[in-house]
Design a protein around this ligand. Structure first.
Ligand code: PEP
Length: 257
């Protein structure tokens, strides 16, 4: 019942022309994919031309960040309202790089989620534990705090516009992926949190993506897990061939057990 979502986070990579070219290649090669949602998140400066390049294709364009106000004296920031204005469908919020490098708190991320929803956009809400948090046995407390505080004040209806991305920090850009079982265990835990905070219906329908060194070689096993509804891909989303293969992951009916 949950449609898979394959999302690419391009981080601080690619010029406007390079972005347009990659979107065109993806659009051409993924035009027949109707059983998964494809989302890519280029840098701010490339968003408008990315929206134009993706027009008529199954690719949606999201931003990598936003500020939680629609306008005002916030030098250097970009609001959900402005993202909507150029045709973006949502934004990534709470990425571990923003939490770690820019000191973003759960409360600030919550404000961004709320601002995106108020603008009618989708929030791709990232959470995940560090290696130290995992090894010291605090992983579930950390995930619980991130989910409870990051989604505070939302109604079950609001959750229609929220995608959760579980990204263990130790797996991002490191080449170390969580095993299929480790990822599934975390996803099932997060789904349980959604059930406790909201209700069973929200838990059933909210997509939970896995992120952390997803590659063509490991996507099929991850996507075969019951509670993994898609992937958020960093490095491999910059390479057309890799991202196309990831979007063409082996559908579960045909996965060999
Ligand atoms: C990410 O940045 O969200 C990510 C998962 O990166 P990578 O795929 O490169 O680990």
């Amino acid at each position: 019942m949950r449609k898979p979502i394959i999302a690419g986070n391009w981080k601080l990579h690619k010029t406007v022309n390079e972005s347009r070219h990659l979107i065109q290649t993806l659009a051409e090669n993924l035009k027949d994919v109707t059983d998964a949602e494809i989302v890519v998140a280029p840098v701010f400066t490339a968003l408008e031309s990315a929206v134009a390049a993706a027009k008529g294709s199954p690719i949606a364009i999201a931003a990598q960040n936003c500020y939680p106000a629609s306008s005002g004296a916030f030098t250097g920031e970009v609001s959900p309202t402005l993202l909507k204005d150029i045709g973006c469908t949502g934004a990534i919020v709470g990425h571990s790089e923003r939490r770690q490098l820019f000191g973003e708190s759960n409360a600030f991320i919550n404000a961004k989620v709320q601002a995106l929803l108020a603008a009618g956009l989708r929030a791709i809400f990232c959470i995940g534990e560090t290696l130290e948090e995992r090894e010291s046995g605090r992983m579930y407390d950390i995930l619980t705090g991130q989910v409870k505080e990051g989604l505070a004040g939302l109604t079950p209806e609001d959750m229609d516009k929220v995608v959760v991305a579980y990204e263990p920090v130790w797996a991002i850009g490191t080449g170390k992926t969580a095993s299929d079982e480790e990822a599934e265990e975390a996803h099932a835990f997060i789904r349980g949190l959604l059930q406790g905070i909201f209700n069973e219906n929200v838990a059933d329908k909210t997509p939970i993506l896995y992120g952390g060194s997803v590659k063509p070689g490991n996507v099929d096993g991850l996507m075969a897990q019951e509670d993994i509804d898609g992937v958020l891909v960093g490095g491999a989303s910059l390479v057309a061939e890799d991202f196309i293969r990831i979007a063409r992951f082996q559908r579960s009916e045909t996965v060999q057990q």
